[in-house]
Design a protein around this ligand. Structure first.
Ligand code: ADE
Length: 296
């Protein structure tokens, strides 16, 4: 009995020694990896570094911006790749969110938490809701609304979330800068796209239905529909950050929408890129105008 205990104690001491050495090594490795990644990331979350967050849903919607980015560093969080670099002198964190409101929300909150952008812009394509609109025409959202939020069973209006505004206003300064960017992007273009400012209605559905598009137009006075803008806008608003949504029309949300989308996607992406190319360098510039609402 005494011998058994003695042997057991000897064995456990050896094991403990081995285990503690292994643990020490693992901790050293963990600390080294953590320090490396946090030093790397802290370069970008430096509070002095003013950064713009830019998001698109699909690869086609960020590809042209990515091609212009200099000194690119990549980070992967929540299965989302973020490209940090300089866009014509402006530091940006560029990400592809994936399609839909859930993806847009995850990506926006992750970008805000980890990269601390001062402002954010969502750019990409949308389906037009008015009969006279053409593929390639541009929409700068004045407001965004989540059209598929439906608590009408409790007497609320379509798009209404308790405790939140039904229509979320985009940052007026970024909206003004986007219209100026549109002018400079297309001033020398013959038969260039038209520009419209108004409400963009977002929901988790690709709209390919005349009744639905009429309903969106009439219920929300919306100009265009897509699948991310309102989720992105709500997330920015809740975090107290200025935001804008820029869209080029790929289709007219009617019966032929999916084939029109495929035919026009690249041209529409090129138009939103051209506007963004002029907007990004001005987006973070300080506006000298005093916001009286904040003072009253
Ligand atoms: N994005 C582009 N076209 C769209 C449509 N018709 N519906 C929803 N999102 C879109």
């Amino acid at each position: 009995m005494a011998r058994k205990l003695h042997r057991r104690r000897l064995l456990s001491r050896t094991e403990i020694a081995r285990q503690s050495m292994l643990h020490r090594w693992m901790w050293k490795l963990r600390i080294a990896l953590y320090e490396e990644s946090s030093i790397f990331l802290s370069h970008y979350i430096n509070e002095d570094k003013i950064m713009l967050g830019v998001i698109g849903a699909m690869d086609e919607e960020i590809r042209l911006l990515h091609a212009e980015l200099e000194g690119v560093k990549e980070f992967v969080h929540a299965e989302t790749t973020v490209y940090c670099g300089s866009y014509k002198g402006t530091e940006i964190a560029l990400a592809q969110s994936g399609i839909g409101k859930v993806n847009a929300t995850i990506c926006t909150q992750m970008l805000i938490d980890l990269f601390k952008p001062k402002k954010l812009i969502f750019s990409g394509v949308a389906g037009g809701l008015l009969p006279n609109m053409l593929a390639g025409d541009m929409i700068v959202a004045s407001h965004v609304v989540q059209y598929d939020m439906d608590l009408t069973a409790f007497g609320r209006r379509h798009g209404e979330t308790p405790g939140r505004d039904r229509l979320i206003e985009c940052d007026p300064d970024l909206v003004a800068k986007a219209t100026t960017a549109f002018d400079s992007a297309f001033e020398n273009t013959e038969a260039g796209p038209n520009l419209m400012l108004g409400t963009v209605a977002s929901g988790d559905r690709f709209v390919q239905d005349t009744n639905m598009l009429r309903w969106l137009q009439r219920e929300f006075a919306a100009l265009a529909t897509e699948m991310e803008g309102a989720a992105f806008g709500y997330t920015c608003k809740i975090n107290g950050l200025p935001f804008a949504v820029i869209r080029a029309l790929s289709d007219s949300s009617s019966q032929s929408a999916s084939s029109d989308f495929e035919a026009n996607l690249h041209q529409a992406c090129r138009h939103s890129f051209q506007l963004m190319d002029h907007l990004i360098p001005t987006a973070l510039q300080e506006n000298k105008r005093i916001d009286r609402r904040a003072r009253d």
